[in-house]
Design a protein around this ligand. Structure first.
Ligand code: MN
Length: 737
């Protein structure tokens, strides 16, 4: 009987106990007097209050908080308080237990963190703007107590690890949020191992095919890789043995997601990705010789293999803002392969793996890295405090700031400032002070005069030039990168707009008084709607700036105190709202949309950004005014759409009958040879009988590159075509646009 309905409660009890002991073992080294009892109490309370709940997979709910606590203790290295909070993280949200109960039992410290976790629990189940607002709250708690966000990330990691039991649309939504927000956040907090796992897991669901393929190829090439790594390491080992008594050297595979990224950005096949792994040397020196020992290893490695000077990264002298410290170099290994070598100490390694949490342990005696993190948190706090900014814009600005690498620049007095890579003189000005930012007219970089938009480089010395007459304008938003500068410019622009609008209001009032009209809110709303504007303030602003001309204003007709709409405006159909569109769509097809079938019934279009064809993994997105758009699930825009507008996503799949053809582009390159062109067109038109719309080829120095546009029926046919074309001698690469 493989599918027994009865649940073995005794077996479950034992499993729960086993997981609990496992947790205690992980946290044991950190336990102090009373901690064990606190954790026991938290466990008992969680066990009791979740006792009738089960997860989607059918397992007892308590296994989830236990697993989250295990991640918090074992993978992040956090302490007993965080473990208790992790055990309790879903209690207030999902059960009868109140925050007051938690406070009475565990004190205000634990209660505060659980409160933070509860507040941000539903962040993503809301409409986009509510969601954005909640994300802002989430980040506010981050600056309050970073443990809230760390536990939240642990929660998400466990949910991702157990995502298999969720329905497909939930998998897509949760995975997208994960790669959109949680992975960058984990990265920024220095949780490298967790960040990679989150990215890999997310890719597993959003780009299943590519994930599977790379995993398989990695597996197939494992033996060969191990052999190469051993060959590479051997001579280094001989030298290290003489110099160090306590060290480790090993090869580390890179994550599937990072390999995939390489393949996409460099447009190469798996076989051409050279850094499938990195070599890591781990030292365990006395604190005084940390830096010199790392450089000693560098010297040994580069005695044996030639380094690429442009790939030397010294994060020993200046750690990254998330605290990362290490020495990276890339050298030419055997068989002409570039190999990355990472040198770090065990202390640095713990910081690299466990991120911010590990910092707390090393706080004494190590000032720099913590200072940098504090800087970063301060910067977030400043952006957050700017209540004016639209929450969605804020997330996008903030996200930009998550993944950036930093550059280091200097003030005229030699003070070091850290800015995201790509920052301009204007970012620098705002970083110093917002008053300097809004009055900035240019700068001297290394004593040379440059404009506001000048991009700064590592090591630049920057002197800002200001003028009292300067005012921010819209363009500025295009050449600042930092969230702080953006937020300050936006609020300055808003202030400016308010002033202009006040003038506009005067004009309008004068005109209406003239016509003996009373300017009531209802009438104003009608006028705003008539001009298709967002707000009354916009109306005043447009009047003041003459975007609404005096003639247009004079043309308005009134009856009594009502606006009479000109005829054609009156008849224009109202745009249906998102909800109406969804409802209408669902009415037409109650369950789900099947493309290729019922073609006439449903109003849909294919998104231009990714041009899906039958066979692609797709989803439907309800647009506001353009019906349903079909995107590929790996479309570059998909992640943002799915995480911001999850409620507008419609599950879609292809119907098997498809007689229509889809236009798609193939990019190819190869060695220029008279016969090649003929062979290509032969395969397309004569052999496979595929319709070709255009073919453009450019040839240079014996290499040609070209784009073919063909009509295909589905991915099967396209794959066949690509396979056949790849088989031609002289074709170097071929890929779908
Ligand atoms: Mn949870």
């Amino acid at each position: 009987m493989p599918h027994s309905q009865t649940i073995d409660l005794e077996q479950e009890r034992l499993l729960i106990l086993k997981e609990y002991r496992h947790l205690l073992k992980a946290i044991k080294p950190q336990l102090q007097k009373g901690d064990k009892q606190m954790i026991r109490n938290a466990f008992d309370l969680a066990l009791e209050s979740h006792k009738d709940m089960r997860r989607k997979s059918g397992e007892p709910y308590i296994l989830h908080p236990l697993a989250v606590a295990q991640i918090v203790a074992g993978e992040m290295g956090l302490g007993p308080t965080s473990v208790a909070c992790a055990l309790l993280h879903d209690v207030v949200e999902d059960t009868e237990i109140t925050l007051e109960d938690i406070k009475r039992e565990f004190g205000s410290g634990v209660a505060k963190i659980v409160d933070g976790l509860t507040k941000i629990a539903g962040v993503f189940d809301l409409t986009s703007s509510e969601q954005a607002e909640n994300f802002r709250k989430l980040l506010l708690t981050l600056t309050d107590d970073v443990r809230v966000i760390l536990i939240k990330i642990a929660d998400r990691l466990h949910n991702m690890r157990t995502l298999d039991s969720m329905p497909r649309n939930k998998q897509l939504k949760i995975s997208s949020e994960t790669s959109y927000l949680y992975a960058p956040l984990a990265h920024r907090l220095g949780l490298y191992a967790i960040k990679s796992e989150l990215e890999d897991l997310s890719m597993k669901y959003t780009e299943t095919e590519a994930y599977r393929l790379i995993a398989q190829k990695l597996n197939e090439s494992k033996r060969e890789r191990t052999r190469y790594i051993n060959e590479f390491i051997r001579p280094i080992k001989e030298r290290l043995d003489k110099e160090f008594t306590n060290y480790q050297i090993y090869g580390r595979p890179k994550s599937i997601h990072s390999i995939w990224n390489k393949m996409k950005t460099k447009e190469v096949d798996f076989e051409q990705v050279y850094d499938l792994f990195a070599i890591r040397v781990l030292l365990n020196p006395e604190p005084e010789t940390e830096k010199s020992d790392c450089w000693k290893v560098y010297s040994i490695v580069t005695d044996i293999y030639r380094p690429n000077p442009s790939r030397l990264r010294d994060w020993l002298s200046t750690p990254k803002t998330n605290g990362y410290e290490a020495l990276h170099t890339t050298v030419m290994g055997p068989k002409g392969k570039w190999v990355e070598v990472q040198v770090r100490t065990e202390r640095m390694d713990e910081i690299a793996e466990k991120g911010y949490a590990a910092h707390w342990k090393y706080k004494e005696g190590e000032g720099t890295a913590d200072g940098a993190l504090d800087d970063w948190l301060n910067r977030i706090r400043e952006v957050l405090q700017n209540q004016d900014s639209n929450a969605l814009d804020f997330i996008n600005d903030f996200k930009l700031n998550l993944f950036q690498d930093e550059i280091y620049v200097f003030t005229p007095k030699g003070q070091l400032k850290m800015l995201p890579n790509g920052s301009t003189t204007l970012d620098f000005a705002f970083d110093i002070h917002s008053d300097i930012g809004v009055t900035c007219i240019g700068a001297k970089v290394n004593h040379k005069l440059v404009p506001l938009s000048h991009k700064l480089n590592n090591g630049d010395q920057v002197e800002i030039i200001t003028s009292k007459k300067q005012k921010p304008n819209e363009d500025w938003l295009n050449f600042v990168l930092t969230g702080k500068a953006k937020a300050k410019i936006k609020s300055a622009l808003k202030e400016e707009k308010r002033k202009v609008a006040a003038d506009g209001k005067e004009l309008v009032l004068r005109k209406f008084r003239h016509q003996k009209l009373e300017l009531n809110p209802k009438l104003l709303d009608d006028i705003v709607a008539y001009f298709k504007l967002q707000s009354v303030q916009d109306f005043y602003y447009n009047v003041a700036t003459k975007k609404i001309t005096p003639k247009q204003l004079g043309d308005l007709q009134f009856l009594g105190n009502k606006l009479i709409l000109p005829k054609e405006e009156k008849q224009e159909a109202k745009q249906p709202s998102v909800e109406e569109t969804i409802k209408n769509t669902l009415k037409k097809n109650a369950e789900l949309l099947i493309f290729g079938d019922n073609l006439d019934k449903i109003d849909y279009k294919f998104a231009n950004c990714c041009n899906p064809i039958p066979g692609d993994d797709v989803f439907g997105f309800v647009t506001i005014s353009d019906g349903i758009k079909i995107h590929k699930t790996n479309c570059p825009n998909a992640v943002q759409l799915m995480s911001n507008y999850g409620y507008r996503i419609i599950k879609t799949k292809w119907n098997k009958d498809h007689a229509i053809a889809f236009l798609t582009e193939l990019k190819l390159s190869g060695i220029d040879d008279v016969g090649v062109m003929n062979k290509i067109t032969n395969i397309i038109s004569s052999e496979l009988k595929i319709n070709m719309r255009s073919l453009s080829i450019e040839s240079k120095d014996g290499i040609f590159e070209g784009v073919i546009t063909v009509f295909v029926e589905d991915t099967d046919q396209l794959d066949k075509l690509i396979m056949r074309l790849k088989g031609i001698d002289g074709i170097l690469s071929i890929s779908r646009q």
